[in-house]
Design a binder for this molecule. Structure first.
Ligand code: FE
Ligand code: CA
Length: 523
């Protein structure tokens, strides 16, 4: 009613004011009192630098000022001016773009610079300056121009890097992999400890609020191999449960309890996540909400749909008692096929389905956190069973997604995932049974460090899961992918010994998907 009484000019003006106010709060313009000549008690760039989400004309650059990272950061409670520069050469001589931004105490003095105006499909170098101090130089790149057919894309994907369970030698080996991107698919930090004897210790309280999640992220980034990988190429990140707490679902912790209490915890975890990841302003957290799902294009070669399978999901089916995820007998728990049992939530699913309808690159990548293929298990009595925290607990939603990929003839869909601390290569079918058409190919990576699931117990399920082409849980590592117009190559990389920071690495197995022919073939 009121809108009708306002003139069009007035309405446009009000809209402009609202837009301006929205931008002002988001871009945090340099406050007059921001410290341009800060003094630091120690080198403030100990957490390194990284970049993320490349576009054809730019990317996000990240750092965080933290002279004392394991004791709250060690920064005074005032904003500090940070200069940044992007150059065409390693020596930082031919500067292409530069500017300044503000590292604010309310975001732990983290910096997220969205650079634009760069040339497509090439490498750049970048660094930051604050007062008398300079950051290490990072290397990053832009995506190829839209529609152009780049020769190839080389990327690695990784997940599940529990600090206490091992060292990050895998990242040191990624430096030799000639990667354009690193995709991280969840469990970047772990909020708590495992029972197994640790290789190294968190040595700090379990993460449960903003302060302790910040400490956890800071600890993980003190690892030199992780920092080197962050500086080597752009990252594309999504999360799983342990960035907040084990097996959480939307506003429910695995212990259920009061959702309001859990959402407070989630807000702290999400904020600390944003503060330590190369994410755009579109992902700036608002209370317990953080917009993480997004797309990333790589010329005409690939389009990534980066999904968030935690923030909006329905609670795991048949989860009476305290467990979030658990094994249930198929015949007694059919909540997983109910249409309302959603993994992505209504809004994200609609966004994804709409994007897939328009997907036009050679390869369509679903970058998400879990094993998507059905995995029929048996419980102790021999009854057919499934695990409720993965896609099997959301089987109706999975079937909708796979039917959509089929019906829309989405070009060459490939699903990548993590969470289960083991390698899986699977054929995704709308109806998972022998001989059914294969709709998409799936590669799930083993954990970087986190403990294995029991090999024998899972190997026993394989005869009843003929769509599983490969399974191995006994080694830690990552997956290296080389994508061209003709084929997708996935190499499963494994460390000799995750307890050795200098461990050697080798390729356990390699699989190829030919364009136009879903289903991976071992090579
Ligand atoms: Fe994990
Ligand atoms: Ca997980």
């Amino acid at each position: 009613m009121i809108a009708d009484m306002v003139s069009p000019e007035r309405r446009a003006f009000l809209k402009g004011v609202a837009a301006l106010a929205a931008t002002a709060s988001i871009t945090r313009p340099r406050p007059a009192w921001a410290q341009a000549r800060p003094r630091f008690t120690d080198h403030p760039f100990k957490l390194g630098v990284t970049s993320g989400d490349p576009l054809p004309d730019g990317m996000v650059l990240w750092t965080r000022l933290a002279p004392d990272p394991l004791r709250g950061g060690g920064m005074p409670a005032e904003p500090v001016i940070v200069q940044w520069e992007v150059a065409e050469d390693e020596g930082m001589k031919r500067v292409a773009r530069k500017g300044s931004t503000v590292a604010s105490p309310d975001l732990a003095h983290s910096v997220h610079v969205e650079v634009d105006g760069l040339k497509p499909g090439r490498w750049y170098w970048y660094r930051f300056h604050a007062g008398p101090e300079s950051s290490p130089i990072g290397r990053t790149r832009t995506a190829p121009a839209p529609g152009t057919p780049p020769e190839r894309l080389r990327f690695a994907f990784a997940s599940c890097q529990h600090w206490e369970s091992g060292f990050y030698a895998g990242y040191r080996h990624m430096l030799n992999d000639d990667l354009d991107l690193i995709c991280y698919l969840g469990d970047y930090i772990y909020e708590s400890s495992f029972r197994a004897p640790p290789v190294r210790r968190h040595d700090q309280p379990d993460a449960k609020d903003l302060e302790t999640y910040r400490l956890r992220h800071a600890l993980y980034k003190t690892d030199p191999d992780l920092r080197a990988a962050h500086a080597a190429c752009p990252w594309v990140v999504t999360w799983d449960d342990h960035e907040v707490s084990n097996d959480y679902a939307d506003d429910h912790s695995e212990y259920r309890g009061d959702p309001r209490t859990f959402l407070q915890r989630r807000a702290g975890a999400y904020q600390a996540y944003y503060e330590h990841m190369p994410l755009r302003r579109a992902s700036l957290p608002r209370g317990p909400a953080l917009q993480l799902y997004r797309t990333l294009g790589w010329g005409g070669l690939a389009e990534f749909f980066v999904l968030d399978g935690r923030q909006y999901r329905s609670v795991q089916p048949c989860g009476e008692g305290r467990r979030g995820g658990g094994q249930v007998v198929e015949a007694t728990c059919t909540e997983n096929v109910a249409p309302a049992q959603s993994m992505l939530g209504t809004t994200q699913e609609a966004w994804l389905f709409d994007g897939l309808r328009r997907a036009g690159s050679r390869w369509t990548v679903l970058a998400q956190q879990q094993l998507m293929a059905a995995l029929r298990q048996r419980d102790r009595s021999g009854a057919d069973a499934y695990w409720t925290d993965g896609w099997d607990g959301y089987a109706g939603a999975r079937q909708r997604l796979l039917a959509h990929l089929r019906d829309q003839r989405v070009p060459n869909p490939v699903v990548i995932g993590g969470d289960i601390h083991s390698f899986w290569v699977t054929d995704l079918q709308v109806e998972p049974r022998e001989g059914a058409p294969v709709v998409a190919s799936e590669f799930v990576g083993t954990s970087m460090t986190s403990p294995s699931i029991p090999y024998e117990a899972f190997a026993r399920f394989l005869p009843e899961n003929p769509h599983v082409r490969f399974f191995e849980s006994r080694q830690r590592g990552y997956v290296r992918c080389t994508v061209t117009a003709a084929r997708w190559l996935s190499e499963l990389r494994v460390l000799d010994n995750v307890a050795d920071p200098r461990s050697a690495i080798s390729t356990l197995a390699s699989f190829v998907v030919q364009s136009g022919r879903p289903g991976a073939q071992r090579v």
